[in-house]
Design a protein around this ligand. Structure first.
Ligand code: DGP
Ligand code: NA
Ligand code: NA
Length: 235
């Protein structure tokens, strides 16, 4: 008599891109069309680290402590290094549950991951990280805290020029939404690209982008069950 087979593992699909590239629309469409899938996003603003991150993002600069409504003993602004580690911690908080879902056979789609983590902080450190800076906010320093996270099977990079994204509704509401900064983020993303990335043109019509992504995602889902799940991002 045959033992029941363990479920095929699910595929781990990450979406990345600059602000207002259309990722959130596309992750939702893929989650709706891909069987047995679930959508998560980072930062996960529902956890304790997420609440600090959300407050940080909603302030245009670090001057919130000087607002009239601030407490008598305002907390000092978060240094770039500290908020970087909180974003990473926010991903580590979910790592075990993501892994469990994948092992149970669920396809996990995430809106942003460690690539955003490295790209957004490296952009503060003076560019795309190509300068070979090892310390400070250089790209290698930025990647370090996320090393060893679950490794995606596919990274969908939704490519939109910063000037095009800036013309979209709602732009400028959050801290990082400035064109010059987004140019640096895009340059840092380009440094992070590897063989698991697929770049899609985010300026095409929504349904066309969706079809392109769904086709690639279905191929990756079909193959994912044949490879072990890796927990060795950037190792
Ligand atoms: P979103 O909810 O996808 O719009 O992301 C919020 C903002 O935070 C967006 O500007 C991208 C940025 N972001 C996402 N993840 C990280 C991260 O790990 N580190 C930093 N510094 N910024 C991040
Ligand atoms: Na945003
Ligand atoms: Na978004």
């Amino acid at each position: 008599q045959q033992q029941p087979q363990p479920p095929r593992r699910g595929a781990f699909i990450v979406f990345e891109g600059i602000d207002r590239c259309g990722k959130s629309t596309q992750t939702a469409l893929l989650a709706a069309s891909l069987p047995n899938s679930l959508l998560r996003r980072f930062p996960d603003r529902t956890t304790k680290t997420g609440a600090i991150i959300s407050s940080y993002l909603s302030h245009p600069s670090s001057s919130s402590a000087s607002s009239p409504s601030a407490a008598a003993t305002p907390s000092p602004p978060l240094p770039d290094e500290a908020i970087h580690l909180l974003f990473s911690a926010n991903r580590w908080e979910s790592a075990a549950s993501l892994t469990a879902l994948l092992r149970a056979g669920t396809n996990v789609i995430v809106d942003r991951y460690a690539y955003s983590g490295a790209a957004y902080t490296a952009a503060k450190g003076g560019g795309g990280g190509g300068g070979g800076v090892a310390g400070g906010l250089g790209l290698e320093w930025c990647k370090a805290p996320d090393r060893g996270l679950p490794t995606p099977d596919l990274v969908v990079y939704v490519d939109v020029a910063p000037a095009v994204a800036a013309a979209r509704a709602g732009y400028g509401e959050e801290r990082y939404e400035r064109i010059e900064f987004q140019e640096k983020v895009a340059a840092a993303f380009a440094e992070l690209r590897d063989e698991r990335w697929v770049v899609v043109d985010g300026t095409r019509p929504v349904e066309e982008v969706q079809r392109t992504i769904e086709k690639v995602a279905r191929e990756v889902v079909a193959k994912a069950g044949m490879e072990p799940l890796r927990e060795d991002l950037w190792c």
